[in-house]
Design a protein around this ligand. Structure first.
Ligand SMILES: NC(=O)c1ccc[n+]([C@@H]2O[C@H](COP(=O)([O-])OP(=O)(O)OC[C@H]3O[C@@H](n4cnc5c(N)ncnc54)[C@H](O)[C@@H]3O)[C@@H](O)[C@H]2O)c1
Length: 247
């Protein structure tokens, strides 16, 4: 029985994988700051957690905007105290052949995934280092490891997240802050339903497991990385991916 609830921030938690992570962490005893670009979606998830007897607070905000990030962090500290765990999950999908890829699409992809992860991590890190404890889990993608057709911007942004995870882990692990990533394969969420049906059918046939994952299966990996059971995992990228990528 926890005397003090650990506190977590989950970005992009109004849908899909982020929602499943928020629900799982709440069930594990965390007070969860549920962030999403959509305040309505964040509120629905926070209400789900509260209805189930957990603790949660919703806040709208764009992780690519410094002022929104400051507000998300402030809300987490005000509502639930020191932040023990940050899950950088917010993400977007967009598919385009390289010759059709616009600079605007490229910039937004990097803003949400790379700048967002950078800003959110910058916000929580000083207090984690001061306290000598904390956990960061970044949601990358296996496409950051193997690349995806018509996904140069997405794959590049996810590879950047994997590199940042490793570099930061090298820098802060000895100070008590553990940093790791997950690189899911295709998971049944609205994001994947936004990709072409042709891509989804081909992908399913390629998977050793023969099926896409469910958001709860990624949430289980995040919950593990957040837990003391993962004390030796430093700068790693775990792959809940139906066997698509084997490292
Ligand atoms: N679904 C997959 O197959 C898959 C595979 C690998 C990695 N991922 C990654 O998992 C994460 C979650 O994806 P999902 O499939 O659950 O997608 P989703 O579209 O279901 O949910 C993503 C959520 O993030 C929110 N969001 C988007 N931009 C944001 C921003 N700037 N600030 C705050 N919130 C923002 C959206 O509003 C949405 O609610 C993403 O980082 C995605 O790249 C997904």
């Amino acid at each position: 029985m926890m005397t003090h609830r650990a506190s977590a921030i989950v970005t992009g938690a109004g849908s899909g994988i982020g929602r499943a992570i928020a629900l799982r962490l709440a069930a594990d005893g965390y007070a969860v700051l549920v962030n999403d670009l959509s305040g309505d979606r964040a509120q629905v998830v926070a209400s789900e957690i509260i209805s189930a007897g957990g603790m949660a607070t919703a806040i709208a905000g764009d992780v690519a905007r410094p002022e929104d990030v400051a507000a998300i962090h402030a809300a987490a500290e005000a509502s639930h105290g020191d932040v023990d765990l940050l899950v950088n999950n917010a993400g977007i999908a967009h598919q385009a052949a390289f010759e059709d890829l616009e600079l605007e699409d490229f910039d937004r992809m990097f803003a949400v995934h790379v700048r967002g992860t950078f800003l959110m991590t910058k916000a929580v890190m000083p207090a984690m280092l001061r306290r000598g404890e904390g956990v960061i889990v970044n949601v990358a993608s296996q496409l950051g490891q193997i690349g995806g057709i018509e996904l140069v911007h997405y794959s590049g942004a996810k590879a950047a997240i994997i590199g940042m995870t490793k570099a930061l882990a090298r820098e802060v692990s000895s100070c008590g802050v553990r940093v790791n990533a997950v690189a899911p394969g295709p998971i049944n969420t609205p994001l994947v339903l936004g990709l072409s049906e042709e891509w989804r059918e081909r992908k399913k046939r390629e998977l050793p497991l023969g099926r896409f994952g469910e958001p709860e299966e990624v949430a289980a990996t995040v919950a593990f990385l957040a837990s003391p059971a993962a004390s030796l995992f430093v700068g790693q990228t775990l792959g809940p991916n139906s066997g698509d990528v084997m490292l």
